[in-house]
Write a protein that binds this ligand. Structure first.
Ligand SMILES: Cc1ncc(COP(=O)(O)O)c(C=O)c1O
Length: 431
């Protein structure tokens, strides 16, 4: 066979044709190029925790480096036990070890659930970048539900009801993600109760992506599984609150009635990744057990994110940008539409123009709203306020009494590059 015949793109599965490497790639490559040219870059594009993995969890990983055996496909039994105890203790969710599935990142588990469940995927926008491409790869239908900026992009019960009513018996998997990537907004118990009532009415499966739950800025995260326990899968893991994205450990917690779905996912897992890394699973037991040291780590991580997010949002607001105050995680989703006419004079007509110009002119790297399911002309962008040394900031926060909010002097000293980016953006807008 001629070598040219070996790799014709025509042989690509139709579902993956045109699929890029996730939306963050282009901006990251451009940032790197600018840095290599000696330019200063404010890295607000990548959504990664700035904080280190808590020391007791690192110690546990070290102590378990020798663990070499393949583990149960559903996960290490003591870890599944620790995860179920965590949900019972933290959120009063009735859940047993049998109902937990461990995977190499919650992203992989989300792919598996879409693969094995035959139904429509309902995604409110703006939403995290990977839900829809996963559906596309598998060939599932996606139903977008746009939300609006005022009151912070919430999915309204009436909107969910309208979508479900269209064909009330259609099987559906509804994704809810809060605190949200990309908006940094969350839901209170009352809003969750109303959404749960709609979900129950149409018997949809809720995939509740609560990976940022511990990073609710006030530590008041509530799981919607409290209100719709029979139909909610909770997605979680170590990546965000434990600063361990690269460790690749995710968890799904199922209602008893969805045991068949969990089993089907485990069957596919057994034929693909086999099991999640053994040392990581042993270390994760420590993370889910909690305790004083982890609680202190979380309290201080939340204090830093709360102060920094609020200060960043305030500076953008002063420059005329619409942005709801952040409530969780480490993201803001500013809307520059009110400045549309002035930006258009500068050649900025889409969210991609906006991000490219900002990066080129100021070195501030953001991701365009299009990457999160918004229309290209809407002047929105996501910024991750994480460009600082989290280990250093945590040590400094420990020294500030707990009843005291972290002030601007603290932020300028320990999160300087991030907070300076807000000023640079404000100056760019005013120019
Ligand atoms: C909203 C959301 N869900 C899920 C994930 C995937 O997390 P992981 O696969 O690391 O568990 C991410 C990661 O960025 C995320 O932002």
């Amino acid at each position: 066979m001629a070598s040219g015949d070996l790799a014709p793109p025509i042989n690509l599965n139709l579902n993956v044709r045109g699929l890029g490497h996730s939306a963050t790639l282009a901006i990251n490559e451009r940032s790197k190029r600018l840095q290599s040219e000696g330019r200063h870059v404010y890295r607000l594009g990548l959504g990664q925790s700035p904080f280190p993995v808590p020391q007791p969890v690192v110690d546990e990983l070290r102590a378990n480096a020798h663990q070499k055996d393949y583990l149960d496909v559903a996960g290490l039994p003591i870890l599944r036990e620790a995860v179920s105890n965590y949900y019972v203790r933290q959120y009063a969710i009735g859940c047993t070890a049998d109902e937990v599935l461990i995977g190499p990142g919650s992203k992989e588990l989300m792919f598996l659930v879409q693969l094995v469940y035959y139904g429509e995927l309902v995604i409110p926008t703006p939403s995290w970048v990977s839900y829809a491409p996963q559906a596309q790869i598998i060939g599932r239908n996606v139903r977008w539900v746009p939300t609006t900026a005022e009151h912070g992009w919430p999915l309204r019960p009436a909107e969910l009801d309208a979508v479900c009513r269209e064909d009330a018996s259609r099987p559906r998997l509804v994704v809810l993600n809060y605190p949200s990537n990309p908006t940094g907004q969350t839901y209170d118990a009352e809003a969750l109760q109303e959404l749960a009532a709609v979900a129950r009415r149409y018997r949809v499966i809720l995939l509740s992506d609560e990976i940022y739950g511990e990073l609710d800025h006030r530590g008041r995260h509530v799981s919607i599984a409290s209100f719709y326990p029979e139909g909610t899968i909770i997605s979680g893991g170590l990546s965000k609150w434990c600063g361990a994205g690269g460790w690749r450990l995710g968890t799904f917690t199922f209602p008893r009635a969805l045991g068949w779905l969990r089993e089907a996912m485990a069957a596919v897992a057994s034929e693909t990744y086999t099991s999640t890394s053994a040392p990581i699973q042993f270390a994760a037991v420590r993370a889910f057990q909690g305790g004083n040291e982890l609680a202190r780590y979380l309290v201080n991580a939340r204090r830093i994110l709360r102060a920094l997010g609020a200060a960043f949002a305030e500076r953008l607001r002063s420059a005329g940008v619409f942005v709801p105050g952040p409530q969780g995680a480490f993201y803001l989703f500013p809307d520059f539409s009110a400045l549309g006419a002035r930006l258009a004079e500068r050649g900025v007509r889409t969210s991609t123009d906006l991000c490219e110009r900002l990066l080129g002119d100021t070195g501030v790297a953001l991701l365009p709203g299009t990457a999160f399911g918004r229309s290209p002309e809407e002047l929105t962008a996501r910024l991750a306020y994480v460009d600082f040394d989290g280990a250093r900031a945590l040590v400094a926060a420990e020294a500030v009494p707990l009843d005291q909010e972290l002030d601007v002097a603290f932020l300028e000293r320990y999160c300087g590059n991030t907070i300076r980016a807000a000023d640079v953006m404000a100056e760019w807008i005013a120019a």
